[in-house]
Design a protein around this ligand. Structure first.
Ligand code: RRO
Length: 296
């Protein structure tokens, strides 16, 4: 899949994805009302990765639902509606609206780091639990919750427990790493304007962090005999990167920063490179390697 964020906000961008080799199309995060997003400059990309503080610029659920209907006429690829609320109530409304749209799946983005005055929902375990319960009882489409990285062991365990208790079937790991800062030393200046320059770090900068999250969650689910699928994201630029995510326990992967820096051929290239790696190593399917990372 493409990762929600780069080049997936307009109907034209969704059409480009529909014509590509991407396996499923993910929309830019959708809010209840249309949003212009944060002030510019609000994104910075280099050869290693990205920093952004877009602030959820999007057309709003009403328009995106129409765009999803339009795109469904052009492609048989599954469409994933990524929803982002500013409160638990928003998330409930968005989930119901997305559930009755023509989307095939919902990704509930509980981890946007860039909304001024609104910390990531998934760092509030109580809200996350309430939403997991609500989604279980009210959403019929497959649903993944998109999480941030957890640095507190205690909070990670709370979230893992609530995932199992509330039968969350799928998680997307991880969103960009919030409160990161990049500096232009020549100008002695932050590279972005919003939030005094801090925003979400993505791309190769965060690959080991994302892999660690996938591996930790995978092992927890295995030890608890609980079947929760994992979508891995963070720093996938080539087939080897994708291969590593599957070894760590991902069932699918998303590509964000690398797509921003290139074009739709990234999906073809990563897929072909991954196929070659599997063939060379004699693996008949991805399932054969999922979670099969060796450790000392
Ligand atoms: O729009 C954004 O600023 C944004 C979102 Br919703 C997100 O989930 N992650 C990110 O890095 N940026």
């Amino acid at each position: 899949m493409n990762a929600s964020g780069p080049k997936c906000g307009s109907l034209d961008e969704l059409k480009k994805l529909a014509k590509s080799d991407v396996g499923a199309i993910v929309t830019k995060s959708i809010s209840l009302e249309p949003r212009k997003g944060n002030e510019i400059p609000r994104a910075h990309y280099d050869e290693i990765g990205s920093l952004n503080s877009l602030g959820i610029p999007n057309l709003g659920i009403e328009q995106v639902a129409k765009d999803i209907s339009a795109i469904k006429k052009e492609t048989s690829k599954p469409i994933v509606a990524n929803i982002a609320g500013f409160s638990v109530d928003d998330f409930k409304k968005l989930a119901l609206a997305a559930n009755s749209s023509e989307a095939d799946m919902i990704e509930a983005n509980l981890s946007c780091p860039n909304i001024i005055g609104h910390p990531q929902t998934a760092y509030d375990t109580k809200s996350t639990k309430e939403l997991a319960e609500f989604f279980k009882d009210n959403v019929s489409l497959p649903l993944s919750i998109k999480l941030p990285v957890y640095l507190s062991q205690h909070q990670k365990n709370e979230v893992l427990e609530l995932i199992v208790k509330n039968k969350v079937k799928m998680v997307t790991l991880i969103n960009t790493v919030g409160d990161s800062l990049m500096i232009n030393p020549k100008m002695e200046m932050a590279v972005m304007k919003p939030k005094k320059g801090v925003g979400g770090l993505g791309g190769r900068y965060i690959k080991p962090i994302a892999l660690g999250a996938v591996w930790t969650f995978y092992n927890y689910f295995k030890e608890n005999k609980y079947d929760c699928k994992i979508i891995g994201v963070g720093g996938i630029y080539n087939g080897t990167d994708a291969f590593e995510f599957f070894l760590a326990g991902a069932n699918a992967v998303q590509i964000g920063s690398a797509y921003y820096r290139t074009d739709e051929t990234i999906f073809t290239n990563v897929k072909n490179e991954l196929d070659k790696i599997l063939e060379k190593k004699g693996y008949k399917s991805l399932q054969k390697i999922t979670g099969k990372l060796k450790t000392f």
